[in-house]
Design a protein around this ligand. Structure first.
Ligand SMILES: NC(=O)c1ccc[n+]([C@@H]2O[C@H](COP(=O)([O-])OP(=O)(O)OC[C@H]3O[C@@H](n4cnc5c(N)ncnc54)[C@H](OP(=O)(O)O)[C@@H]3O)[C@@H](O)[C@H]2O)c1
Length: 287
């Protein structure tokens, strides 16, 4: 039977690995830390500890495997040296038969609130988005040169049980008033796992798919909906000009990009019907 490997087996990857185990299929989860390994053991997922930045990937049957690549890029720079190392490792281990890569919607850059689909050109702006774009390009090159199959998922903000900004809301960190807040896109973790499985099973070779719920809303609206659903006090509202001195550089970066993502392609090509197409549905299942 084909080996399934989840490289970067964290919040999403553990749930994904459990789906394979539930079907009676073998799977190996790869993490970087002892803590990650202990978490996998608790979930019953066979695990290996390897740091893609430092270690060889010996002990992993990569040749001919189904490989999910969920390792985030490094924290700095405009390249993803980890994905470069992964592709290099394929030269000695042999290539996977099919690789599903979890990229981000950040590669589209700022679209000024426009509705966009996968045909929209990538115009990454932030360094973190350049790193993702670099990883996508590296993997497409590998696919072209070796014939290994590649599916890229451009993933929106992931939320679910244990992945809600409750702490931020409790601390009362201010939000930009709704009329100045950019559009953001999200996906519930269970739906993302379903997209990953469908992409591995029936994604078109070389295709890119947006993994999102298709119901974007303002970033501030998201935080307010979470606060209301969790019964927490709504954080104070400030203007975008005031935000410059009060919010983190990371948050200011997110505030400078606005786009509304279509998920038609995952519905039409992968035949997916999302369990949580709206935040109202998804938050109820997350709290
Ligand atoms: N959060 C979002 O809204 C969002 C949106 C779009 C895309 N994504 C991307 O989607 C992917 C899955 O997300 P997630 O929430 O499941 O991430 P996560 O919980 O942070 O899991 C990442 C996993 O990668 C492992 N890892 C990190 N660096 C590694 C290295 N150098 N070598 C080997 N393993 C390494 C971690 O190991 P340990 O368990 O040992 O730490 C962890 O298991 C990530 O690439 C994430 O950046 C996230």
């Amino acid at each position: 039977m084909t080996e399934t490997i989840v490289l970067g087996c964290g919040y999403v990857g553990t749930r994904l690995a459990c789906q394979y185990l539930g079907r009676g299929e073998g799977v190996t989860g790869v993490v970087r830390s002892e803590k990650g390994l202990a978490r996998l053991a608790e979930a019953g997922v066979p695990g290996l500890r390897r740091d893609l930045a430092l270690d060889d990937l010996d002990g992993l049957a990569l040749a001919g495997a189904r490989l999910f690549h969920l390792v985030p890029p490094p924290d700095e720079g405009v390249e993803d040296a980890l994905t470069h190392r992964l592709v290099k490792a394929f030269e000695s281990s042999g290539s996977p038969r099919r690789l599903v890569y979890l990229s981000t919607t950040g590669v589209y850059g700022d679209c000024q609130g426009a509705w966009i689909d996968e045909s929209w050109p990538a115009r990454p702006a932030a360094d973190r988005s350049h790193r993702r774009w670099d990883a996508e390009q590296t993997l497409h090159r590998w696919s072209r040169e070796t014939g290994g199959e590649l599916i890229v998922l451009r993933v929106a903000g992931i939320y679910g049980p244990g992945r809600l900004p409750l702490e931020r809301i409790r601390r009362g960190v201010p939000l930009v008033r709704p009329q100045e807040s950019p559009y953001t896109n999200r996906i519930h973790v269970d739906d993302l796992v379903a997209v990953c499985l469908a992409a591995m099973e029936k994604g078109r070779q070389g295709a890119i798919y947006n993994a999102c719920d298709g119901h974007p809303s303002g970033m501030t609206d998201y935080f307010l909906q979470v606060a209301d659903a969790a019964g927490l006090a709504r954080p104070p509202l400030i203007t975008k000009a005031e935000a410059a001195g009060r919010l983190s550089p990371g948050m200011l970066g997110y505030l400078s990009e606005s786009r509304r993502l279509s998920n038609r392609k995952i519905r039409d090509e992968l035949g997916l019907e999302l369990r949580y197409p709206t935040l109202v549905d998804g938050l109820r299942a997350s709290l």
